[in-house]
Each structure stands twice: as structure tokens, then as C-alpha cells.
Design a protein around this ligand. Structure first.
Ligand code: KG4
Ligand code: ZN
Length: 344
């Protein structure tokens, strides 16, 4: 069949995502999140996430089938994220996908989560087709990666990634030390609205000339987090009140500045006038605005899929697999496992 009907399973972090696509058409995209269960810990707890996937998978698959009107027997293939991500969480999805594949006697495709994020763009029915090459910046609570995409199915190169915390993780940790709830991204965004982004000159990680020689496309946010913590501690020790809005705005500006500067450096270096954004942190209004403004000044076109496709979801995994099938890729053999550090 020209347009494969694919069910995708995504369980690499705290979202149980089931997506169904036909060719490049999105039929359903159900997402069950265990975020609330992690809130009191201030971050995703791997075992809690894995157990939540186990409970959410079956009802989510049924919901996706009902939403799309698709019967399991009609599927052409089953797709699953095999990495990178939390090992225990990945294993739940991989196990379920293998069981489905064997019982339905349908081919199984194990795919890379980061490449899946790029494939999400294909399901954006309002956008013109993705052109190559493109630079992709993926920012979430679990990853911060810069990639050069020459072809979605055959040539995705990792240019750089975070050496420590992911950008979303930095938002979550800084929110916590400011007394804001989890997840921290939206909270910091809200608090920053009335703050001055230039109030406090927080450090831009891996941005000095000496760092740029070796880590031009890599990121580091743990030093920034520590700088915010120290700044807050010093004010508290002196009995001063904390200007939360200014701290939030200055912190957010430091993160956004580094993300956009490095992404545009890659566009310039590789002479690629296209930048694709993905991951849950793309919800950040300031990040979108700065990226759009600075990219426009450099003649770079920015693509931002709808947010429901930017955060972790199963539809992007199904979309990537649909592309792989249409390009003639053979299915995976059943011996693959979960690989928490799977390379692109
Ligand atoms: O992609 P995502 O939904 O899930 C995973 O990381 O797996 O991303 C969630 C992350 C969290 O760290 C959250 O704090 C961050 O995205 N986030 C934001 C915003 N909304 C969510 N970060 C900054 N600004 C936001 N508005
Ligand atoms: Zn992700």
C-alpha cells in the first residue's frame, strides 16, 4: 500500500503516547501523562513513570483506535521508541510493541525518539513540505539537542547536545528553588512576564570563545542553575527579598539566548537557511519570539509544529515509521531492546 497505516508507541519519559497515522495524515494522537505523580518530587521519577506507562498503555491504545476508527487488524505496522530515554519507561513500550507485532503478525519498527521529534513536522498539515537540509533544535525536560537533517530517513547528524541538564530540567530546577511548582517551565514563563530580562547577568553556558572551539553546538545549564541558586542564597542570607520576576526573566533570557545563538550558528556554519524547533520547551513564548526575530534577521526560516506534536507523543513515532516504510526500509528484528542512550 502506498500510504501505510501505522500505530506508534512512545514511552521514553513521562508521557504514554499512542499515535495513528496513514502516510502523512494524522488520525489520532492520545497522550496520558504521569506528570502529576512526579510533581511532588520536582522531576520525573523513572520507576513511577514506568509503572504509569504499564497502566496507561492498554487504555491509550484503545482510545487511539476508537478516535481514529481504525481496527488493529488493519494496521500495516507497529512502531515504538527504543531510545533514547528512561530505560525502564522505554522497556514498557518496547515490550508492548513486540507483543502487538507478534500477535497481529505485523512488522515492527524500532525508532529513535529524537528523529521522531523531527518527523512530527510532517504531520503539520498547514505547513509546506519540510525542505532539506534543515537544522533542528529539540528542547525538552529530557533532552537538548542540535541536529543537522539532510534527510529524515537516511541522514540525521547530531551536532551537539547538553553536557549536563536539559533546558526543561533547568527550568524545573530553577522554579523549585524559587518556590514555584512543577513543571517549572510555564511557571517561570508566567513569573518572567513582569520581570526585567537584563536585571541579572546570569552566565551563558559553553559560550566563551574557548568553549566555542570545542563545544560549539553543545549546551550546559547546570552552571546557570547553580548561579541562580547562589544569587538567591546570597540575597536570602542578607535578609533581602527575592525579586522573583527579575530572576525568572533573567534566567529565561540566559537559556533562550544560548539556545538561539547556537542554533543559528549551526545554520550559518552549514549554510542552512532553515531551522526546525521541537520539544516541550518550545511552549516558551520568549524562546519562540527570540528565535523568530533573530532568525528573520539572518534570513533563516523557522518551523514550529503545533505544540501537541512538539511535546512527546506517539504520532511522531508513527509518522517517522511511515516515512521509513515509504522509503523502503525493512522492519526491525525482534531482538532489539531499550537503549537509553541510543544514538541518532
Ligand atoms: O517535551 P516535554 O513535554 O516532555 C519531556 O521532557 O519529556 O517537555 C516538558 C518540559 C518540562 O521540563 C517543562 O518545564 C518544560 O518542558 N516546559 C517549558 C514550558 N512549558 C513546558 N519550559 C519553558 N517554558 C515553557 N513555557
Ligand atoms: Zn522528547
Amino acid at each position: 500500500r502506498a500510504e501505510p497505516l501505522v500505530l506508534g508507541i512512545e514511552t521514553s519519559c513521562d508521557e504514554t503516547g499512542i499515535g495513528i497515522v496513514r502516510g502523512r495524515t494524522l488520525l489520532s494522537n492520545t497522550i496520558a501523562s504521569s506528570m502529576d505523580e512526579h510533581a511532588r518530587y520536582g522531576g520525573v521519577v523513572p520507576e513511577v513513570a514506568a509503572r504509569a506507562h504499564l497502566e496507561a498503555l492498554q487504555p491509550s491504545i484503545e482510545a487511539a483506535l476508537a478516535e481514529s476508527g481504525v481496527a488493529l487488524a488493519d494496521l500495516d505496522a507497529v512502531a515504538v521508541t527504543s531510545g533514547p530515554g528512561l530505560a525502564g519507561a522505554l522497556m514498557v513500550g518496547v515490550g508492548a510493541a513486540k507483543a502487538l507485532s507478534v500477535s497481529l503478525e505485523k512488522p515492527l519498527y524500532a525508532v529513535n525518539h529524537l528523529v521522531g521529534h523531527i518527523a512530527a513536522d510532517i504531520l503539520d498539515a498547514d505547513a509546506p513540505p519540510l525542505e532539506y537540509p534543515t537544522v533542528a533544535l529539540l528542547v525538552s525536560g529530557g533532552h537538548t539537542s542540535l541536529l543537522l537533517v539532510r534527510d529524515l530517513t537516511t541522514d540525521v547528524e547530531l551536532l551537539g547536545e547538553t553536557m549536563d541538564d536539559a533546558a526543561g530540567e533547568a527550568f524545573d530546577k530553577v522554579a523549585r528553588l524559587l518556590g514555584l511548582p512543577y513543571p517549572g517551565g510555564p511557571e517561570i514563563d508566567r513569573a518572567a512576564a513582569s520581570g526585567d530580562p537584563k536585571a541579572i547577568p546570569f552566565p551563558r553556558g559553553l559560550s566563551r570563545a574557548s568553549d566555542m572551539a570545542k563545544h560549539r553546538y553543545d549546551f550546559s545549564f547546570s552552571g546557570l542553575k547553580t548561579a541562580v541558586a547562589r544569587w538567591v542564597e546570597q540575597r536570602e542570607a542578607a535578609g533581602e527579598s527575592i525579586p522573583v520576576a527579575d530572576v525568572a526573566a533573567s534566567f529565561r533570557e540566559a537559556v533562550v539566548d544560548v539556545l538561539v545563538t547556537k542554533a543559528l550558528a549551526a545554520c550559518r556554519d552549514y549554510d542552512v537557511p532553515r531551522l526546525l524547533l521541537g520539544g516541550g520547551v518550545i511552549a516558551n513564548r520568549r524562546l519562540r519570539d527570540v528565535a523568530l526575530e533573530r532568525a528573520a534577521a539572518e534570513g533563516v526560516t523557522v518551523r514550529i509544529p503545533p505544540l501537541s506534536l512538539c511535546t512527546d507523543n506517539g504520532a511522531m513515532i508513527a509518522a517517522l515509521t511511515s516515512e521509513l516504510i515509504m522509503s523502503g526500509r525493512a522492519p526491525s528484528t525482534l531482538e532489539f531492546g531499550a537503549d537509553s542512550t541510543l544514538p541518532v
